[in-house]
Design a protein around this ligand. Structure first.
Ligand code: GNR
Ligand code: NI
Length: 162
């Protein structure tokens, strides 16, 4: 059990492109375990390796559908429809914003044994897959927000008072 430090917006590492994983190693297995521990400790729905300072194409997710997802070298191979809703990021603490994402995505990735699989996601899982794959390209949801980036302690759409 090891919790890693989460990098926050302003840290250059979050803007860099991640490298594919070439082979599974004990070090990468440890990284994956630590990413799950860190995601659960922070109550996140997902976590991408650059958020813990590692520029590798690794994502973990848990959107409370009874599964733990690990995506190594993920590639989105199909997108369908659209959904508009609230999104947050552990690297942008205390904020949220409205983002439009595909309603449904199909992602190809490798598992812990470096075996290829395809995962289909809708609703929060589709949103999370897109959010995490964007992290691997050095992109944050704040650049996709429609309207204002909001503080979590403010009501949606509420104007700031003087
Ligand atoms: O915890 C998170 N919640 C979330 C909500 C909507 C869309 C995406 C996410 S992922 C986010 C955790 C995070 O920062 N992952 O990179
Ligand atoms: Ni994020």
């Amino acid at each position: 059990m090891a919790i890693r430090n989460i990098r926050v917006i302003g840290d250059e590492i979050l803007t860099k492109k991640c490298k594919p994983v070439k082979e599974m190693t004990p070090r990468i297995r440890q990284l994956i375990d630590d990413m799950f521990d860190t995601m659960y400790e922070q109550n996140g729905a997902g976590l991408a390796a650059p958020q813990v300072g590692v520029l590798k194409r690794i994502v973990v997710m848990d959107v409370d559908d009874g599964n733990q997802y690990l995506l190594i070298n993920p590639e989105i191979i199909e997108e369908e429809g659209s959904q508009t809703g609230s999104e947050g990021c552990l690297s942008v603490p205390g904020k949220h914003g409205i983002v439009t994402r595909p309603a449904k995505v199909k992602v190809k990735a490798l598992d812990r044994d470096m075996k290829e699989f395809v995962l289909e996601g809708e609703e929060l899982l589709a949103r999370c897959i897109c959010h995490e794959v964007a992290h691997l390209q050095g992109q944050l949801y704040v650049d996709l927000v429609e309207g204002e980036l909001m503080d979590n302690d403010e009501e949606e759409g509420e104007e700031e008072q003087a």
